[in-house]
Design a protein around this ligand. Structure first.
Ligand code: NAP
Ligand code: MG
Length: 493
């Protein structure tokens, strides 16, 4: 079973596994049992700088950055095929390291494959333009890769969220240094070896493991760093933006959310109930865009709530590797304690826990970080559980009387990543979609995205965007070239 995860894993720098300069190693636990899974090397700040040097050298010398987008497309397509062939192995590794169910992990790996195929298709279409200018002159633009790009990833979708920004950076011809979350580095390290097999030159994709504060900050502040892509908490995102500002390095930040799901009285309530459950209990609620605030028309609230509670009760908790499990454990004991802390605080403040709110009673789940799907009623927008990102399977219920009130509650948050709404009325759908302060809106759909659709947040949910047709251009610089073809007089300033 754990053949998917080697007993020891090194970092991957300059095209080969490397233990780094530190003697100590990090032991990773399987979140379903809290027993040791593997150990990894841990980088120092010096190791981080060595990875930046390896990337800079490969960027200059390997030819990857040259004009041949077709070569990069070929390597990325091959990488997609290799990963596709090894879906089972990668999914198992993801589940054992992070906890999500195998079905969810397979979905994640499939998404990475589609992302690689999508950006491979863009790699030979990075084009400039010619711009008409007066006189015998020629003006054109070229798009060039940035150089060394740094990518810092979270633990909730370990491979998916890492490769979502790494793949377009590679397609554009950059050299990458990736730091996965300390808790979940396994699949990123396996992926780097696969990239080499696919023909990505040594040093073009480097993966270092180490603490955000030491290794992450060493990467972001390194003079060779030309761009930072970060997915994770708002607090760390702000810190990274500050550090990057000192050297005017562009950042893409995909931060948290407190996404609303609005249900109008005319909605298909059966479908809505399933979508609501999926949107907050999927991945055990550890989703940046978890639709964790149910804003429901008072007239249908009891009826809908009954259906969502039934959906919550139907979730079978268990280790992600069991095919019968619908929900795995939370990623770590700390995360479990944090989520339970939110629920306890709400209960103490007078909220009603409609379902869940406790760990499961089955003795075989006692060692893992499991929490039952939880619904909290009797709260308002001032409660911490409604304002802050809980990052666990917890839904808060907020009733509304009028569409204006629904939109007001939905927008009453510092976040703006995603919003869902359920209605059969086209006018309501389009009007409310425009009124919602969110980078992504779904109508009659759970949170859903594709490599070809932009993924981004409004307000404190982030800046820049990932995915979509322009995803590769984000990792390029635009240069203007103006030629004088023989105009006799230089233009007066
Ligand atoms: P986090 O602290 O923001 O960590 C995300 C990544 O940033 C990890 O690779 C982390 O490394 C690194 N990091 C931490 N401090 C850093 C620094 N000073 N400079 C550079 N990199 C740094 O997120 P977390 O601790 O895993 O989770 C905390 C909360 O963030 C969650 O409960 C949730 O609310 C939110 N979160 C959001 C998302 C999302 O997709 N929007 C994903 C995960 C978590 P280490 O792993 O070594 O700390
Ligand atoms: Mg952290």
């Amino acid at each position: 079973m754990s053949g998917a995860v080697p007993e020891q894993i090194e970092m991957f720098v300059g095209g080969r596994p490397t233990p780094g300069s530190r003697a100590e190693r990090q032991v990773l636990l399987n979140p379903a049992t809290n027993t040791p899974l593997t150990s990894t090397a841990v980088a120092s700040a010096d190791d981080a700088r060595a990875a930046m040097e390896a990337a800079e050298s490969a960027f200059r010398n390997s030819g990857w950055a040259g004009d041949d987008g077709a070569r990069r497309a070929k390597a990325l397509s091959k990488l997609a095929r290799l990963l596709e062939e090894q879906t089972e192995r990668f999914a198992l590794a993801e589940t054992l390291n992070m906890g999500k169910t195998l079905k969810e992990s397979k979905g994640d790996i499939g998404y990475v494959v589609r992302t690689l195929d999508y950006v491979a298709g863009l790699a030979d279409k990075i084009e400039g333009e010619t711009i008409p200018v007066p006189g015998p002159r020629l003006d054109y633009t070229i798009r060039e890769p940035m150089g060394v790009t740094v990518h810092i990833a979270p633990w909730n979708y370990p491979l998916l969220l890492a490769i979502r920004s790494v793949a377009p950076a590679l397609a554009a011809g950059n050299a990458v240094v990736l730091k996965p979350a300390s808790l979940t580095p396994v699949t990123a390290l396996l992926f780097a070896a696969l990239a080499k097999e696919a023909g990505v030159p040594d040093g073009i994709l480097n993966v270092v493991v180490g603490s955000g504060r030491e290794v992450g900050e060493a990467l972001v502040t390194d003079p060779r760093c030309r761009s930072v892509s970060f997915t994770g908490s708002g607090e760390v995102g702000q810190r990274i933006a500050e550090l990057a500002a000192h050297r005017v390095v562009p950042v893409t930040l995909e931060l948290g959310g407190k996404s609303p799901v609005i249900v109008f009285p005319d909605a298909d309530l059966d479908r809505a109930a399933k979508g609501i459950a999926f949107g907050v209990f999927g991945n055990a609620g550890q989703m940046c865009w978890a639709a964790s605030r149910l804003i429901v028309a008072a007239s249908v609230r009891d009826f809908l709530l009954e259906k969502v509670v039934a959906a919550a009760r139907a979730y079978r908790l268990g280790p992600g590797i069991e095919p019968t499990s619908d929900m795995g454990p939370l990623v770590s004991r700390d995360q479990l304690d944090r989520v339970i802390g939110f629920v306890d605080e709400a209960r103490d403040g007078g909220a009603r826990i409609v379902v869940g709110g406790t760990r499961p009673e089955e003795p075989e789940l006692a060692r893992g970080n499991f929490l039952r799907p939880t619904i909290v009623d009797g709260v308002d927008s001032s409660a911490r559980i409604v304002r802050e990102e809980v990052f666990g399977p917890v839904l808060s219920v907020l009733p509304f009387e009028s569409p204006d009130e629904a939109v007001r509650i939905a927008n009453d948050t510092k976040y703006g990543l995603f919003a869902a709404l359920w209605t059969r009325d086209l006018g309501t759908a389009h009007t409310v979609a425009r009124q919602l302060e969110a980078g992504m809106v779904s109508v009659n759909e759970s949170p859903n995205t594709y490599p070809q659709t932009p993924f981004s947040g409004y307000k404190e949910s982030g800046i820049g965007f990932e995915q979509g047709r322009n995803a590769v251009e984000v990792y390029t610089r635009r240069k203007n070239v103006l030629l004088n073809l023989g105009a006799s007089k230089p233009k007066k300033p």
